[in-house]
Design a binder for this molecule. Structure first.
Ligand SMILES: C[S@@+](CC[C@H](N)C(=O)[O-])C[C@H]1O[C@@H](n2cnc3c(N)ncnc32)[C@H](O)[C@@H]1O
Length: 215
């Protein structure tokens, strides 16, 4: 997580009492995701594309996408139950049938999906600036390898980050993993912003964006 002056600090987020139970009982959270491996379309009851956001945080981005694009199914992946309580409430209240959440660590992502994701969003992922933590970055070679088996056909990843070092690192990782850059912008404007994006823009920080693909 980030402190008040925008520095990344690795620490646990504030735990909200009872959050695990709320997550476990919510119909919008997929609590047994491995049971659906290769068959997530059955959750949505249609053949629409599935877009995934890993590290959805409070979910502003994926919720707004789901509201605007009813012909696309969305899955938000987030490791901390306390963080997703607000998103659960909104999805339930608005009855957003095309958005579901998985509350797990993305290190097991290849145990959960098999050839069913059409696009992966990585928004303001934790930068893990220390070299010894590089493997935890969601664009590290080991994560990119895990993503290979989750995509249905063409592999498409969109990344937004305020962090210039993480951005350079990610571009290098994408290149090594044979991804090609489709779009890149170091001063990106998106009409659908994440919580962190709004905070960084308010502080005058530029937003880095890249869209990569491989067959
Ligand atoms: C810096 S926040 C950004 C949240 C949101 N994407 C945004 O832009 O507002 C990163 C989020 O990713 C989650 N996260 C980090 N590593 C993760 C992992 N390995 N698996 C699942 N979630 C992860 C964190 O818990 C946190 O909520």
């Amino acid at each position: 997580m980030y402190n008040d002056i925008g520095e990344f600090v690795s620490m646990r987020l504030k735990h909200i009492k009872g959050s695990e139970m709320i997550v476990k009982e919510s119909p919008v959270v997929i609590n047994n995701p491995r049971d659906y491996k290769g068959n997530f379309k059955s959750i949505f009851g249609n053949n629409n594309k599935i877009y995934l956001e890993v590290g959805m945080g409070k979910g502003n981005f994926i919720i707004e996408h789901a509201r605007r694009n009813k012909n696309i199914n969305y899955i938000g992946f987030e490791k901390y139950p306390s963080v997703i309580l607000g998103a659960i409430k909104i999805i339930e209240e608005e009855n957003l049938k095309n958005l579901r959440i998985i509350c797990e660590d993305a290190t097991c992502i290849d145990e959960i999906f098999y050839k069913e994701i059409s696009k992966l969003y990585l928004n303001f992922s934790d930068p893990w600036p220390k070299k010894r933590h590089a493997k935890r970055r969601l664009t590290s070679p080991n994560f990119l390898k895990k993503y290979d088996s989750i995509f249905k056909s063409i592999k498409v990843i969109e990344q937004k980050t305020d962090n210039d070092d993480l951005f350079s690192y990610s571009l290098e990782s994408f290149k090594e993993a044979k991804y090609k850059v489709l779009k890149k912008n170091i001063n990106y404007f998106d009409s659908i912003r994440t919580e962190y994006e709004s905070k960084f823009i308010a502080k005058g920080k530029n937003i880095n964006y890249v869209k990569v693909f491989k067959f």
